[in-house]
Design a protein around this ligand. Structure first.
Ligand code: CA
Length: 435
């Protein structure tokens, strides 16, 4: 079955002219879903991003321009969250995508009717798009695992399970926030190497982790496993995720059960969910496994996953300090991680998650773990970029950063490019350090 269909046609253009501008993150080939407060009613509303506009799905349903599965899918958006649409599964959301593609195309001769569904995106306050039930954060970059392991275990950086299974831990849902929410520096137990006992104080090593978030669409029943070749039927879409981390707290608390308060104080997500269908042109082979790597256990191996399990997502991390803002300086890009380098695929993550029969529910969130590549310019967190503070980042103002400082803005971007296809983007995931 080909993943590519007419909604990916690079020659498609929209009657919303901002969607056709070069570099637009939301051209007609993207059509991501999000939830925002409608600027007139202040009610939570499902929107589709198109150019610099947001298409109100509730209003669209009222116009009676949809039929069949697309109509059902649009009606499921009435709840003002994406869960009901996600639960319907990929056949419904694909029907809706095809209908939206036709309605927003320059070829739609009845486009005038749809104008009443559009509001400028800049006037919509975005909120969390999905009611998230559970959040598992994985650890799928071999470069991140090796680099962070090396700081504490120079001779043995990679733990023996890494190449056998996608390692993960359960994180908090209550503190997941939408992009734009300020990050308050957490207090916690910190023990320096030179002191014999810990203190309770604000973290001095506040970090970001640049990750990709995966939303579960169709859930499973308890005891049901998701076979690797079926995993994509259970994934609705992707967004960006910032797993804010307090490294000094993490070092002290993590043995033997893993991270806890060093991560749970806050996690940011970008507001637009890019559907797996929109990402079809950017599917690529899974990252190659070295000849000496162990063979995958059968439940984590499928030919289709090796051929199409990777995703060509180009991430970008930028920082802007208060002094940079005051002097009119643009955010400085400090890294460009490539998601295709992840050792484990998003499909292996979901298959592994259900391999013991634990059920997943619509709206569950899986974080990829920090996306780090093999070279300095592709690292996904400050701990790796600065070697835990040993090599600070120098900003264009001359300021330096071992970790994040008060009033720093951290931006994540993601662009998807593939030869012969229209590029699409994920929109921002941004957060300011409050104190
Ligand atoms: Ca993480």
């Amino acid at each position: 079955m080909s993943l590519i269909n007419k909604t990916h046609d690079p020659s498609l253009r929209s009657w919303i002219t901002s969607a056709n501008e070069p570099g637009c993150e939301f051209p007609i080939q993207n059509l991501p879903f999000g939830v925002g407060l409608h600027p007139e009613s202040n009610i939570k509303t499902v929107f589709v991003a198109i150019g610099d506009q947001a298409l109100d799905m509730r209003r669209l349903s009222q116009l009676q321009v949809l039929s069949g599965l697309a109509k059902q899918a649009a009606l499921s958006c009435e709840t003002g969250r994406l869960n009901e649409l996600m639960a319907l599964g990929s056949v419904h959301s694909s029907a809706l995508r095809h209908a939206l593609s036709d309605l927003l195309s320059v070829n739609n001769t009845d486009a005038q009717r749809l104008s009443s569904c559009l509001v400028p995106m800049s006037g919509v306050e975005m909120v969390k798009p999905v009611e998230i039930g559970d959040f598992s954060d994985f650890f799928t970059s071999i470069h991140h695992a090796t680099n962070s392991g090396r700081l504490s275990r120079p001779d043995n950086p990679l733990l023996p399970n890494f190449k056998h299974l996608p390692v993960a831990y359960h994180s908090r849902v209550s503190s997941i926030v939408v992009s734009g929410t300020p990050c308050t520096r957490p207090w916690g137990q910190i023990k320096s190497k030179t002191e014999s006992s810990p203190k309770y104080s604000p973290t001095e090593c506040l970090d970001f982790e640049c990750e990709v978030a995966v939303y579960v669409g169709k859930g499973t029943e308890l005891t049901q496993n998701i076979a690797l070749e079926n995993a994509e039927e259970h994934i609705f879409g992707l967004s960006l995720l910032n797993d804010w981390s307090a490294r000094d707290m993490q070092t002290w608390e993590s043995a033997p059960l893993g991270p806890f308060l060093a991560k749970s104080f806050m996690t940011s997500i970008s507001p637009w969910v890019i559907t797996l269908e929109a990402l079809a042109p950017f599917r690529t082979s899974a990252a190659p496994r070295a000849a000496e790597d162990p063979a995958l256990l059968p439940y984590l191996y499928h030919e289709r996953d090796r051929e199409l399990g990777g995703l060509n997502l180009s991430l970008e991390i930028s920082i802007q300090s208060q002094a940079m803002r005051e002097r009119g300086m643009a955010p400085m890009t400090i890294s460009r991680p490539q998601f295709k380098d992840q050792y484990w695929t998003i499909f292996q993550m979901l298959t592994h998650q259900t391999s013991n029969g634990c059920n997943v529910l619509t709206g569950d969130l899986l974080g990829s773990g920090t996306v780090s590549g093999p070279v300095q310019s592709e690292l996904g967190c400050m701990k790796e970029i600065t070697l835990d503070g040993q090599q600070p980042v120098v900003l264009p103002t001359g300021e330096s950063r071992k970790y994040l400082e008060p009033s720093d803005d951290v931006y994540f971007h993601c662009k998807c490019n593939a030869p012969g296809y229209q590029s699409i983007g994920f929109g921002n995931c941004v957060g300011r350090i409050a104190n």
